[in-house]
Design a protein around this ligand. Sequence first.
Ligand code: GLA
Length: 379
Amino acid sequence: MNTALLKEKFRALYGTDGILYTAPGRVNLIGEHTDYNGGFVLPGAIDKAMYCVIKSNGTDRFRAYAADLDESEEFTIENLPAKQWARYIYGVCKEMTLKGAKVQGFDTVFAGDVPLGAGMSSSAALESCFGFAVNDIYNLDFDLFTLAKIGQATEHNYVGVKCGIMDQFASCFGKEGSLIRLDCRSLEYEYVPFNPSGYKVVLINTCVAHELASSAYNKRRESCESAAAAIRKHHPEVMLLRDATLDMLREAAAGITAEDYIRAEFVIEEIQRLLDACEALNAGDYETVGKKMYETHEGLSKKYEVSCEELDFLNECARKYGVTGSRVMGGGFGGCTINLVKEQLYDKFIDHSTKEYKEKFGITPKVYDVVIKDGARRC
Ligand code: GLA
């Protein structure tokens, strides 16, 4: 990312210098659709990020320029802006205001290199970038937990995606070289050093844009909440699926639709899968981690139904070329697979699978080696 150009653009537009901030996208090794069920996730911040140059302008107006789109928007805290990208900035400022902070107007220019719609959380990166920046320029004293929650509330209240906390948490708390084992119920977390020697972690982007905001993601969440409510009738202590077991689910089956049942079954299994994978990771047993990743893909595809033909194809390629673990990453419905592959198999896997994908779908998929980096910060 050419941040010098971004600073120059700021100067050209507003006639003064601003401060540069950044916040990254994320990967998630395992633990998908578990966060909004109070379960565990294992994300890490990556070397693809959003960047903003920002400065207070002494008015009540927010003036923003999206450099990648060559679009501008101006708004106040009173009015939800029309442009989708501006709603992320607005949402962050509005949520801060609702928490009692005094957020005055500012000028900003922003851009990024997190691919959009690829399941790498470009929107969380944008929220965390502005959350961190606004907090800093106005000395608002929000801690990182609150900034992550402000980003999540932005998705809920101004974008319409009822997401969990994983993406914003990873973008705020990321640490170079480490994944974060996060308990999404208590928000207790632990850094897990991640350096799988002899292996590479690589993303392959189907280049099929996913539509998280489409009701499908929110519907999955509703299914989980309905199943948890049915279990709660038998076990009052069950607030979220995290608190439930497969036995409890079976016991409550009569009060749960077939579709909600299978979704809940996936989630309960996935929470356990993550715990098993973490244990294997601690023991340096990447073969087991990889096996769990394939199981996750199977569950996301057949039970949770958030995969698609293109993702399933890439997953099959991974199996065919002996990749240790592979699965759809993030919300699903398109985006990337995440692959754990032995170094000596890497070239063959990438060459063959991208070629076969192109032959079948007419698009060359994009390939990204995963580099785990730090979270939101002033540059
Ligand atoms: C999206 C959401 C996250 C999480 C994942 C699925 O990335 O923003 O909160 O639910 O999907 O694990």
